[in-house]
Design a protein around this ligand. Structure first.
Ligand SMILES: [Zn+2]
Length: 444
């Protein structure tokens, strides 16, 4: 394969084979391998490279093409090099083989987000080699540890090396799939302008220890915890049509009936309950969510447990705080709320960047040039990405990309941290051309 598509494909296959698997422990990831690869690939005239290694093996790379005007706004293209684990037995092909099969590259990270990390590197290198002289600086960041809260990657860079790593504008994951709704005016691609916040907490449920041979009416912490889990899982908080949601619906150019449904809380709830496909995404976008994820309790088969610890992953909407999350859990648990104690919690608020910025306009122009009639529409990521650190530091940060029609929204969503992750070569080409066009438009 030749041209930029071949170049991105080769680089992506190497990144996948480097298997920088982040299991959440500080010693995992070993992103040094992919930092080495990208450093060797980028090295050359027209750019400066710097490595950062806050922990052994956790290397992030920052490449820079200096701007001609120090007052002009800078732009960073940012990808992460780590991936989440994969269970071999559930995949049709080796998740770390980086195989090219029928025009698709297979492997963990193919859409989250080594495809973007690779296509951004190719665009950056081509710009540097072509003698591109931007007005504001152009940065390329290949960061470690995104899959474990960015502690040893983007967050570390923003806190410890802001002069080197911060930019006025940032593009990172994710986006680029066609929104599967009937727009009257051409294909629509989400530009991620916001992301939900997190409130992670551990609830301790108490009981009274006793002999397990007489369980009748025992005060069993695990039995109580099971009821806590059941109430959280069936809790339906208020449907909230926040600003980004309303802007999204307005920009989609939908038939009046569809737009009407999406702007009415009662009908949105009905859609979430009924629609197998879009329902889960719409639900996460318009509700605070509560996912019980870890439960520990009990010490011995014949002892009634006196303690159970339940971890809950709460995702908050724009404007909500930990105290809002606690109030909703109290409502969900009702009389059981007094039997639980929050023994630890961590709060990270939702973030957002405005639409209609110069970067927003540049993304729109580049998208339209590559996909005739296409428009970017504002949307909110329901998870968390490295964009939040840059937004909090004052940058405008968006999640974007461009995928071919070969990947549907449903497939794209299922492949994130899922099985059989893969990306087609045409999507890699589109993304590379997108980054090159955006950099030339925005900084040229
Ligand atoms: Zn990612």
């Amino acid at each position: 394969m030749r041209g930029v598509a071949g170049e991105v494909t080769d680089l992506l296959r190497h990144l996948i084979r480097n298997r920088c698997v982040n299991d959440g422990t500080p010693a995992s990831g070993e992103e040094r391998r992919s930092a080495d690869l990208l450093e060797a690939y980028l090295e050359g005239p027209g750019l400066a490279l710097q490595r950062y290694e806050p922990l052994p093996g956790r290397v992030s790379l920052v490449a820079r093409i200096e701007g001609s005007d120090p007052t002009a706004p800078s732009l960073a293209l940012m990808g992460h090099t780590d991936v989440v684990p994969a269970s071999y037995e559930r995949w049709r092909h080796d998740p770390f083989g980086g195989e090219l099969i029928d025009g698709e590259v297979w492997g963990r990270g193919a859409v989250d987000m080594l495809n973007t990390t690779a296509s951004m590197a190719v665009a950056f290198r081509r710009l540097a080699r072509s003698g591109f002289r931007p007005r504001g600086a152009l940065l390329y960041l290949a960061v470690a540890d995104e899959e474990a809260l960015g502690t040893h990657g983007a967050r570390w860079l923003v806190e410890n090396e802001p002069d080197a790593a911060l930019a006025d504008n940032v593009v990172t994951e994710f986006g680029g799939f066609r929104v599967p709704l009937p727009s009257a005016s051409g294909p629509k691609y989400p530009i991620m302008v916001a992301e939900k916040g997190t409130y992670w907490c551990t609830l301790r449920v108490r009981g009274t220890p006793g002999h397990a041979s007489m369980p009748l009416r025992a005060d069993n912490a695990i039995v109580k915890a099971a009821e806590v889990v059941r109430r959280l899982a069936s809790y339906w908080p208020e449907t909230t049509l926040h600003d980004t949601w309303r802007r999204f619906v307005a920009s989609m150019d939908l038939p009046a009936g569809v737009a009407g449904v999406l702007l009415d809380p009662a009908q949105v709830r009905a859609l979430c309950e009924a629609d197998e496909g879009l329902g889960r995404m719409v639900h996460a976008c318009t509700h605070t969510t509560f996912a019980p994820t870890v439960l520990h309790g009990g010490v011995k088969t014949n002892v009634i447990p006196d303690t159970a610890d339940l971890q809950v992953d709460v995702r908050t909407l724009p404007g909500q705080t930990g105290s809002d999350a606690r109030a909703m859990m109290a409502e969900a648990l009702g009389d059981l709320w007094n039997s639980v104690e929050i023994v630890s919690d961590a709060e990270s608020a939702a973030t957002a960047s405005p639409v209609g910025t110069p970067l927003w306009d540049a993304l729109q122009r580049a998208t339209r040039a590559l996909v005739p009639g296409a428009t970017g529409v504002p949307f909110m990521i329901v998870g968390a990405t490295d964009a939040r650190f840059f937004r909090r530091a004052g940058s405008t940060a968006y999640g974007f990309g461009l995928l071919s029609e070969r990947i549907s929204f449903a497939e794209f969503r299922a492949m994130f941290h899922g099985d059989d992750e893969r990306v087609d070569v045409e999507s890699l080409r589109l993304s590379e051309e997108l980054w090159e066009a955006v950099a030339r438009d925005f900084l040229g």
